[in-house]
Ligand binder design. Structure first.
Ligand code: HEC
Ligand code: HEC
Length: 234
């Protein structure tokens, strides 16, 4: 992590604590979005702000969410998922699941339960639409051996273990075949591994029909690492 990104994150986290407390009493502050937008290159560390045409950045994104998820949904740290280009129905579902505590892995409990609870109910869809409309993270390089092993599993599954191919739902390009199958393309490796471990440990149990718990239960840690490396390159 570069110094600039680290500094931006600390500043933003500080601002978050300050802003969240007042969020309930001052819902709409149009100028916040503009001021925070100007800081985006520091927060995301990668690219200038990119707002879809005609799409207004929700105030809570500028004041709060951007501290960890970046102004356009590309997050600066591996533990914080990219949200850019993620399916809108999937994002709405996750925010609801944090709010009603059905997504209950450790980082969900310690961070996202509080964050999701602070969002006014009538703003959830606008926030999801905003992130869904942003350009998704581009594929990044990862260690070649891991990528090769991950690719084989992603496209072929493992017949002996009755492990289905990830491609069947997450798509050949990792963008999700249906809107509620999440985008994995370009996602941070640390986040992907953490989610697969959480599904396996059943601490994350908000997947319909236990789809991902059943799949993750069959994966070894080495396979999770390989899959995370592969989807990072998509
Ligand atoms: C202090 C850092 C932080 C802030 C601020 C924050 N998040 Fe998060 N967010 C996280 C972490 C960490 C996770 C991963 C949680 C887990 O592992 O279950 C996450 C997960 C999510 C997810 C699930 C993504 C996925 O791929 O399943 C969504 C959606 C989300 N956050 C939306 C928001 C919104 C909207 C806000 C602003 C109201 C926000 N977050 C503020 C750290 C943060
Ligand atoms: C039958 C469909 C299906 C298959 C096959 C499948 N997934 Fe999933 N996956 C899902 C669904 C649905 C979710 C979202 C669960 C929810 O609503 O929280 C998901 C969620 C995930 C997540 C969490 C994403 C996030 O942003 O938090 C990861 C990581 C993941 N899958 C990886 C994989 C990998 C790796 C494979 C192959 C070994 C795989 N999946 C195979 C349907 C599938």
């Amino acid at each position: 992590m570069s110094l600039a990104v680290g500094f931006g994150l600390v500043v933003a986290l500080g601002a978050t604590v300050g802003t969240r407390a007042g969020a309930a009493t001052h819902p709409a502050k149009p100028k916040v979005a503009k001021a925070a937008k100007a800081k985006a290159p520091i927060l995301t560390g990668r690219r200038p702000p990119l707002v879809a045409p005609g799409m207004k950045m929700p105030a809570v994104v500028a004041s709060t969410c951007s501290a960890c998820h970046g102004m356009t949904g590309i997050s600066p740290l591996g533990e914080f998922p990219n949200l850019a280009g993620q399916g809108k129905p999937y994002l709405v579902k996750q925010i609801e699941d944090f709010r009603n505590h059905t997504r209950a892995d450790p980082l969900a409990q310690s961070i996202m339960w509080g964050m999701a609870a602070s969002i006014p109910r009538n703003k959830i869809r606008a926030i999801a639409l905003y992130y869904a409309s942003q350009k998704g993270a581009p594929g990044q390089p990862a260690p070649a051996k891991l990528v090769a092993a991950g690719r084989t599993l992603y496209f072929g599954g493992e017949i002996a273990k009755q492990l289905p191919a990830c491609m069947a739902c997450h798509g050949a390009s990792g963008r999700g075949l249906l809107p509620w199958f999440p985008r994995l393309a370009g996602q941070h490796q640390a986040y992907i591994i953490a989610q697969l471990q959480a599904f396996k440990a059943k601490t994350r149990a908000n997947d319909p029909h236990a789809i991902m718990r059943t799949i993750a239960a069959k994966l070894t840690t080495a396979q999770m690492t390989a899959l995370a490396a592969f989807v990072h390159t998509l």
